[in-house]
Design a protein around this ligand. Structure first.
Ligand code: MF3
Ligand code: CO
Length: 256
């Protein structure tokens, strides 16, 4: 169901999303070579709780049989891991890695969701370009996150931009509406046809989240039931914000 937020609900969305922005400012300082993704997740959970937020991803159940509830506050996906990387003790971050972190915070009944890809130490030129293109892909989509356009306009803009840069988008996962639920309608794919899909209306809060692969679009799922990796071993990056559709320009809620 697509939900249109009231003014009161918009204030609560702004509040939790501001916390998500503060969370990443703090967490960025901890993303260094030598730390395991397990420890990084522990730091993340501590930061969230100290800000007064509830880590909403812990125990998240996608409702698909055979898939265990998600066990951690964050998803941490390194290099060829695209999304949903489960933090683990034996995954140590190294100089040159690109580290995608995705999290959802819950406060006062509303969710804020964002993802960032951090570059650790000396990353290759191509890895840097991938991270930059992924972020820019979000802003290409954002140009169409306005009253009068449709979801397909956002999807099309992201997909075409990424293709023009020689990279691929992840097709099996997508952005989404957000509010009282972590995932609400509409789904926001990172490719698609302009002029198609749900009409954008003021009061909608949605997550736009390009997941970009350096090489071919084919993916594998690891035995843990969650971690999605590139089949060809190429790198991948993720950039996501929660945004508000307004009468005019969209408002990016998870950037300060
Ligand atoms: N934050 C993710 C998203 O963008 C959700 C991750 S699934 C979870 O939709 F299980 F980790 F919560
Ligand atoms: Co997310």
């Amino acid at each position: 169901m697509v939900t249109i937020k009231s003014q009161k609900e918009i204030e609560l969305m702004k509040d939790v999303c501001k916390m998500v922005a503060e969370f990443y400012d703090e967490l960025e300082k901890k993303v260094k070579a030598g730390i395991s993704t397990f420890e990084l997740n522990e730091e993340a959970e501590k930061i969230m709780r100290s800000l007064g937020g509830i880590p909403a991803q812990i125990g998240y159940n996608p409702g698909v049989s055979g898939i265990p509830p998600y066990p951690a506050a964050t998803c941490i996906s390194v290099n060829d891991e695209i999304i949903h990387g489960i933090p683990r003790k034996n995954k140590i971050i190294k100089d040159g890695d690109i580290v995608s972190i995705d999290t959802v915070i819950l406060k006062n009944g509303f969710h804020g969701d964002a993802a960032r890809t951090f570059m650790v130490g000396n990353v290759s030129k191509e890895a840097k370009r991938l991270v930059e293109v992924t972020k820019q892909a979000f802003f290409e989509g954002l140009k169409f996150a306005k009253k009068g356009y449709r979801v397909g306009d956002i999807s099309h803009a992201i997909g075409e931009y990424v293709k023009s840069q020689g990279f691929s988008v992840l097709k099996e996962f997508q952005g989404h509406g957000i509010g009282r639920q972590m995932h609400e309608d509409p789904g926001i794919p990172n490719y698609g046809k302009a002029g198609k899909g749900t009409r954008l209306e003021p009061g909608m809060t949605i997550c736009i989240e390009p997941m970009v692969i350096q090489g071919k679009e084919n993916i594998l799922e690891l035995d843990d039931g969650w971690t999605i990796v590139t089949e060809d071993g190429s790198l991948s990056a993720h950039y996501e914000n929660t945004i508000l559709i307004t009468e005019n320009e969209p408002k990016v809620l998870t950037i300060k």
